[in-house]
Design a protein around this ligand. Structure first.
Ligand code: 13P
Length: 247
């Protein structure tokens, strides 16, 4: 199973559901539809209505983040995994670099993953090195730390997906070389197999994915799918990624 996840970030109002309708009608007719799953993570404000609209369809709705406490608390503006699950989301991202940049620590991330899984949300855990890590050849050690500090062997690997998103690639149009990316994904899977006793969760790539460069990424069989930002805000661009991946 491959995954095509569209992360809308701070984008979308109720009528943006048009985009999902178009993706859904493409997916319904696509001869390859059984080979992949489409997940969209709109902002919190749209989760409930979108989850309702697509309840019996094949597009899954997820959250972009969750708070590190389980149910209710006195933290202003915080949204817990329990609350997210209660409005119909099936997935949540955790550890996106945008949120790490705003102060998410490894301990907070561990709690987020734990409580999200406990509330039956599937977790897409994001990792990735920044530009200076890459320049200083620290990519592998940074990724290893991000994985081992947060992921616990007790977490259910079947409900966990890892998204490798190099920060220097997000929204920049810059992508790793095929060789670099292949080695990195293999390395991530090696670490995951150590944590989870031989079986690695799915590992996705994210960072400036579009309908053109996906042709290069599809040559790397170890990539189990994509976490798409910018291009997921246009049904055409998002559909092109899927089409070109299976072409
Ligand atoms: P872009 O596809 O816009 O580079 O964003 C990637 C991302 O951050 C998805 O979570």
């Amino acid at each position: 199973m491959r995954y095509f996840i569209g992360n809308w970030k701070m984008f979308g109002v109720p009528k943006s559901v048009n985009i999902l309708n178009k993706i859904n009608s493409f997916h319904t007719k696509d001869k390859n539809r059984k080979k992949y799953r489409v997940i969209i993570t709109p902002p919190y404000t749209l989760i409930q209505t979108y989850a309702k609209s697509f309840k019996n369809k094949k597009i899954y709705i997820g959250s972009q983040n969750c708070y590190q406490k389980e149910q209710f608390s006195s933290n202003t503006a915080a949204i817990s995994p329990y609350m997210i699950k209660s409005v119909g989301a099936k997935y949540t991202l955790v550890g996106h670099s945008d949120n790490r940049g705003e102060g998410d620590t490894d301990t907070m991330l561990k709690n987020k993953v734990h409580f999200a899984l406990k509330n039956n949300l599937k977790v897409v855990f994001c990792i990735g090195e920044n530009k200076s890590d890459k320049k200083n050849k620290k990519t592998f050690s940074v990724l290893k730390k991000q994985l081992t500090k947060v992921l616990d062997k007790k977490f259910d690997k079947n409900n966990l997906i890892i998204a490798y998103e190099p920060i220097w690639s997000i929204g920049t149009g810059k992508i790793p070389t095929k060789d670099e990316l292949e080695k990195t994904i293999i390395y991530i899977k090696k670490i995951l197999k150590k944590i989870f006793k031989k079986k690695s969760p799915a590992v996705l790539y994210g960072g400036s994915v579009d309908g053109d460069n996906v042709k290069l990424f599809k040559e790397i069989n170890e990539i189990d799918g994509f976490l798409v930002g910018g291009a997921s805000k246009s049904s055409k661009k998002f559909i092109d990624i899927i089409k070109n991946y299976y072409r």
